[in-house]
Design a protein around this ligand. Structure first.
Ligand code: HEC
Ligand code: HEC
Length: 215
């Protein structure tokens, strides 16, 4: 009994230390996002290269996914000129702090719907059955922190992201992730558009949180 209690207390201590560290990282991150908010802090802001689509919502993504995406822009596994030069200016510590910050920014108070409330349109039912295995049944509960939440993301961004996994041998555009390459390649543009529209219509945790440029 005493041993169990000691163990529980030790675990509680461990978790609160981990939480305190996350909070400290998020606090440091809040001082490092000045150069992000001009794009990611403006609702509906559009990127204009190589195509016009909205700058993705990143508040509410898991910190591990944000780290993974920024690292991929930095290494060139994800090709996108502005994000590449921005990520290149960040150290691993900066990336970890910024990821901790955005993962908690604008977090909804209540739980998101656990099950799929919006029925999958017949036309894309077959195409999306495999997706839920990783992205979660409501597209907001991925099975691993490095897999993105998709529910409620901007539809034009989702479509552009899916298409970019199909691109090969282009020096300026495309994403190297092999798993998503295999998923996206069989999809034609029409199906991609329908999937993107459906995913964007789902309730989710992703947000664009407007922020003042100078605190
Ligand atoms: C000039 C506008 C601009 C600025 C400034 C900018 N971003 Fe981005 N960001 C984009 C665009 C556009 C994309 C989508 C790129 C693509 O299609 O891969 C993106 C993608 C991302 C992604 C991937 C999102 C996802 O769902 O995969 C992350 C994470 C990210 N940015 C974080 C940041 C952070 C952190 C900063 C500041 C250090 C920043 N960005 C600054 C425009 C910008
Ligand atoms: C085996 C796991 C797995 C399956 C199955 C899967 N995905 Fe993914 N998905 C991922 C991972 C991992 C990433 C992040 C890849 C990266 O780093 O670029 C991703 C990224 C994405 C993105 C980019 C999101 C963003 O914010 O940039 C979209 C869109 C997407 N997946 C849609 C789908 C769709 C639609 C399906 C079904 C046709 C699907 N995925 C099936 C694991 C999976």
């Amino acid at each position: 009994m005493t041993r169990t209690l000691t163990l529980l207390l030790a675990l509680a201590g461990f978790f609160s230390t981990a939480q305190a560290q996350d909070a400290q990282a998020a606090q440091r991150g809040s001082t490092k996002v000045q150069m992000c908010i001009g794009c990611h802090g403006i609702v509906g802001y559009q990127a204009d290269f190589p195509q016009v689509y909205k700058v993705p919502k990143i508040a509410g993504q898991d910190a591990r996914y944000i780290v993974s995406a920024l690292t991929a822009y930095r290494s060139g596994d994800r090709k996108f000129p502005t994000m590449r030069s921005i990520a290149a200016s960040l150290s691993d510590q900066d990336i970890a702090d910024i990821a901790a910050y955005y993962s908690t920014l604008g977090k909804p108070d209540g739980p998101v719907p656990a099950a799929l409330e919006t029925p999958v349109p017949d036309k894309i039912r077959n195409a999306v059955t495999t997706c839920v295995a990783c992205h979660g049944v409501n597209f907001s509960t991925p099975t691993d922190g490095t897999i993105p939440r998709l529910a409620g993301q901007y539809p034009d961004y989702l479509a552009a992201a899916l298409k970019s996994y199909k691109v090969e041998n282009n020096p300026h555009y495309g994403r190297a992730n092999a798993v998503m390459g295999a998923m996206a390649k069989p999809l034609n543009d029409e199906t991609i558009g329908e999937i993107a529209g459906y995913l964007a219509s789902l309730p989710g945790e992703l947000r664009t949180v407007p922020q003042p440029k100078f605190k």
